[in-house]
Design a binder for this molecule. Structure first.
Ligand code: B4P
Length: 191
């Protein structure tokens, strides 16, 4: 299987580049952010819990997220060529859980694409997106909180994949197509 983790701070282009990857490599896509927003829209208990955290710019608890991934893998492994994990893992505990879940299916992450974008650029992009996205977490105060949560809780995941020999750093500033070309080079190297 070709299993890709697309990683980076909020607004680094994970969602944007995932769309390109799905088309080119015909992979199944899971975005934990999209799944959580769907739970909120359909007024589930999980959605109510997630909203409390997301509106404050905090991470949703690991056990909730890992449970979502577990049931996604259960439904999809064996039926798909590979998976794009978008916005997951966001903590070292999530990265460890993913490794152990995938190993129970005799597979592993093929590459982790780390999109590198400076904080000032993230803030500009997300404030811009907030004008049309309708997302309650795309306002300046919450964006700043999300960036600081990323630096404190999510960034250590880079080291996890570095030690595992799966890290590919990608410069995430510039034209979307040029960034995608760099992403393809990293993916093709592990295909
Ligand atoms: P996500 O939905 O994952 O949101 P994100 O990090 O803000 O988005 P992304 O990086 O995908 O940005 P995009 O491509 O859209 O998470 C939202 C929240 O859900 C989290 O804060 C957390 O609370 C919760 N959550 C999700 N997963 C979790 C987990 N695993 N554990 C715990 N909690 C979790 O790009 C942003 C903007 O930039 C777009 O407008 C795009 O057009 C623009 N853009 C993209 N590339 C560009 C480029 N090269 N140049 C200029 N603009 C660009």
């Amino acid at each position: 299987m070709l299993n890709i983790v697309i990683f980076g701070p909020p607004g680094s282009g994970k969602g944007t580049q995932s769309e390109n990857l799905i088309k080119k490599y015909e992979l199944e896509h899971i975005s934990t952010g999209d799944l959580l927003r769907h739970e909120i829209e359909t007024n589930t208990q999980l959605g109510a819990l997630a909203k409390k955290h997301m509106d404050k710019g905090e991470l949703v608890p690991d056990e909730v997220i890992i449970g979502m991934i577990d049931s996604f893998l259960d439904k999809n492994i064996g039926k798909v060529k590979g998976v794009i994990f978008d916005g997951f893992p966001r903590t070292v505990a999530q990265a460890e859980a993913l490794k152990s879940l995938l190993s129970s299916y005799k597979t592993d992450v093929s590459v982790m694409l780390n999109l590198e974008v400076p904080d000032a650029e993230l803030l500009t992009r997300l404030i811009e997106r907030g004008k049309t996205s309708g997302r309650s977490d795309d306002n300046e105060e919450t964006i700043k909180k999300r960036i600081s949560v990323y630096n404190a809780q999510t960034k250590p995941v880079i080291d996890f994949y570095k030690k595992d020999g799966k890290l590919a750093n990608i410069k995430g500033v510039g034209a979307i197509d040029a960034i995608f070309a760099e992403i393809c080079k990293a993916v093709d190297a592990v295909k």
